[in-house]
Design a protein around this ligand. Structure first.
Ligand SMILES: [Zn+2]
Ligand SMILES: [Zn+2]
Length: 347
């Protein structure tokens, strides 16, 4: 049986102590089941959600599991009834691995809220490997314009950024705040410049490096997470793992403004920041707070189309598959400039 390299999560652990959270393994190449395609993976983005899986905030139901949900690959095989893609065709796989397609959420196009939502790289093996399988209806054709590495971060950071921005319900001319400036926020900024050119963007980030990066991409202002923006903001997208930026964000929100939390789980280190929540200054005046959960296939498909049209070419930082642990630890320690992507050797 043909073997492949995979970086596997075998146990939940604390990343502040673990030097190598994933283990390199040689395992059999998976066989596609009915309506599935086999992909030879060429690139896979590294996402903050992997940290949440490893540290057990959104634990995989079964271990070991191969993480990775921003996967680009070539169709290398097909199971019975899988006819959608040709052999060799380039496709992507995103966080949404499967939903029931029957419940009321699925019927309304809210498959991201399906009770049977399954996630790539958590509930099913993902793309930190040379091969993976996926149901053909949950694979996306990738526009020609992008290299494999450029396309990978579009599938999560981009798609969820797109969903977050839609949930902000901003009108052109309004002011948007971004707390944290990682892969998703930098793609949102690029999207804004094109879709809503008169929206001005204010970035809150801990490191001067991130703030400088934000200004270089067109943010009108960038300050520390606890800074006061020069103007109240109509919408804020929070992409940090912490609570202080949420509380500080609510303070910076204009009357009627909405703060959207784009995070699958929050860390608990600064949870008592919530005790500073003051109704009058943080919530009154019809301020809203809303979370973003997962992505629907329509978010991924629409964002890929938009990214091709604009175009949005993400800034990427490349790692070999074997360097996945290094990429994850750099993400944990917020050494971020654009999106980290693993690239696979064909061998
Ligand atoms: Zn992700
Ligand atoms: Zn459903």
């Amino acid at each position: 049986m043909q073997q492949m390299n995979a970086m596997m999560l075998e146990r939940i652990q604390d990343l502040s102590r673990a030097a190598a959270p994933l283990v390199s393994r040689r395992i059999p190449v998976p066989q596609p089941e009915d309506h599935e395609v086999l992909l030879r993976v060429t690139a896979c983005g590294v996402c903050h959600t992997e940290l949440d899986e490893i540290e057990g905030r959104t634990p995989p139901p079964r271990l070991p599991v191969i993480p990775g949900h921003q996967v680009i690959g070539r169709v290398a095989g097909a199971g019975n009834g899988a006819t959608r893609f040709a052999g060799g065709q380039r496709v992507g796989v995103a966080w949404i691995n499967r939903s029931c397609r029957r419940c009321r959420f699925c019927r309304e196009g809210l498959e991201n809220l399906c009770p049977d939502f399954a996630a790539t790289g958590r509930d099913a093996h993902g793309g930190y490997a040379q091969y993976m399988t996926v149901h053909e209806d949950f694979a996306f054709p990738i526009p020609e314009r992008f290299s494999d590495a450029q396309a990978a971060p579009l599938l999560c950071a981009g798609a969820i950024g797109y969903r977050s921005l839609s949930l902000c319900q901003l009108r052109d001319g309004q002011r948007l705040g971004l707390t944290g400036f990682g892969a998703s926020a930098h793609l949102v900024l690029k999207m804004i410049r094109h879709q809503l050119p008169d929206v001005s963007v204010y970035v809150f980030a801990r490191s001067e490096g991130e703030r400088e990066f934000a200004r270089s991409l067109g943010a009108v202002w960038a300050g520390d997470t606890q800074a006061t923006a020069p103007h109240p903001l109509d919408g804020i997208i929070d992409t940090t793992p912490a609570w202080t930026p949420v509380v500080e964000g609510l303070r910076n929100l204009a009357p009627g403004g909405r703060l959207v939390i784009n995070a699958i789980r929050k860390e608990t280190a600064d949870q008592d920041a919530l005790l500073k929540l003051d109704y009058a200054s943080h919530l009154w005046h019809e301020k809203e707070i809303k979370s973003v959960a997962n992505v629907a296939r329509s978010d991924v498909a629409r964002f890929l189309e938009l990214a091709d049209r604009i175009p949005i070419l993400p800034e990427v930082e490349l790692f070999d598959l074997a360097e996945a642990n290094q990429a994850l630890l750099e993400l944990k320690n917020r050494k971020i400039r654009g999106a980290k992507v693993l690239v696979m050797d064909p061998d």
